[in-house]
Ligand binder design. Sequence first.
Ligand SMILES: *[C@@H]1O[C@H](CO)[C@@H](O)[C@H](O)[C@H]1NC(C)=O
Ligand SMILES: *[C@@H]1O[C@H](CO)[C@@H](O)[C@H](O)[C@H]1NC(C)=O
Ligand SMILES: *[C@@H]1O[C@H](CO)[C@@H](O)[C@H](O)[C@H]1NC(C)=O
Ligand SMILES: *[C@@H]1O[C@H](CO)[C@@H](O)[C@H](O)[C@H]1NC(C)=O
Length: 388
Amino acid sequence: MPRENMWRQRRVPVPKRTIELIALVAISSTLFLFLHTRDLHSRLKKMEVRLQPGEDDVLSANQLSSEGVQTDSNPSGIIHYSNVQRTVTGKYEETLDIEALNNTRRADRQVLFFNRVPKVGSQTFMELLRRLSIRNAFSFNRDRVQRVETIRLAPIEQLHLARMVSSYSEPSVYVKHVCFTNFTEFHLPEPIYINIVRDPVERVISWYYYVRAPWYYVERKQIFPDLPLPDPNWLKKDFESCVLKGDRECRYLEGEVHEGIGDHRRQTLFFCGHSEKCTPFNTVGALERAKLAVEKHYAVVGVLEDMNTTLTVLENYIPRFFQGATNVYYDQLNSFTRINRNFFKPPVSEEVKNLVRGNFTREVEFYQFCKQRLYRQYRALKLRSDVL
Ligand SMILES: *[C@@H]1O[C@H](CO)[C@@H](O)[C@H](O)[C@H]1NC(C)=O
Ligand SMILES: *[C@@H]1O[C@H](CO)[C@@H](O)[C@H](O)[C@H]1NC(C)=O
Ligand SMILES: *[C@@H]1O[C@H](CO)[C@@H](O)[C@H](O)[C@H]1NC(C)=O
Ligand SMILES: *[C@@H]1O[C@H](CO)[C@@H](O)[C@H](O)[C@H]1NC(C)=O
């Protein structure tokens, strides 16, 4: 098993001094992460460089785990940052409660609800689910292609959706682009919620070129022949000049609620829910609601940029549906990567990305939040296998 090999390599004996050094590095990155969750905007940009790799965090936590890790219960599943003093002297404490991190246990039915975010590789992921449905014997359901994708629903439509999903026989999966829908609110059994997130700026760029790709029109024209053809000047406009010229389409203003077609700047909307309070772009209110829904309801929120960790966590936290997922994914990798790949996407400079990033602070924070949670779930597995 590749996962175990990877781990064994990391457990090479290291001199004490090195361990202390690693400890220091671990503490500083831990503190950074801690501050990060509190600090809502200003320092985010500067810290991003540190937070991006993510893997470092996993690595150091594991190496230090042999120094003595507590796995006592902590209902929130939140890492403790106390005893900084002791940590500095080489002791790293991390409290990870695998049961608290496992929302699958809290689901009432074996029905997987994947309210997929667009442009996060979810087409590929949906195909993975389709193949897994054969391997692991569950039924696969998805909604039809919509003329205009409505992701925010009125309460009555939410109820219809929740009723329909609840009527599926077990085990089943249902896939749809839609905001987080709280089944409990309608007194219906809680499904197993999953989703995938992606770096919010990369995602917006991906969407920008996706809606301009010729095949996107050909496909939609076939389904809806009366759709008008887009303006050629709009088609030719590239993302960089759109941002630099301050074009309306590429201005990302805090608190904006307009919901025009192709306005895919809010990844958090898919987690926050259908409420009006979820629509203002890049706001603290929407961010906090989204985080709460993830913490409380989602079994796993994967990260596109780290499919290996995502697949391992899915396999272990939702085994009924995902056992063998890593193998299926890599066996079919070549055919998967062809799905929905856009060859019309020119590169975007880091300067322009950073300019945009500056207006996506809460979106970036939400993405980092999901990533940290995924790594906590992953580390909890490692701690458990250390004990075994
Ligand atoms: C970022 O937000 C500011 C206002 O806070 C606005 O002036 C600027 O145009 C925005 N930049 C982009 C790239 O959206
Ligand atoms: C979902 O609904 C239940 C029941 O009303 C409530 O307790 C829970 O907090 C809601 N979840 C979110 C994220 O709002
Ligand atoms: C992910 O896993 C695959 C198969 O186990 C491996 O070939 C690949 O190198 C891994 N990628 C990373 C980034 O670890
Ligand atoms: C999480 O809960 C599910 C359902 O009870 C169980 O099948 C799975 O093994 C659990 N995973 C972990 C890592 O505890």
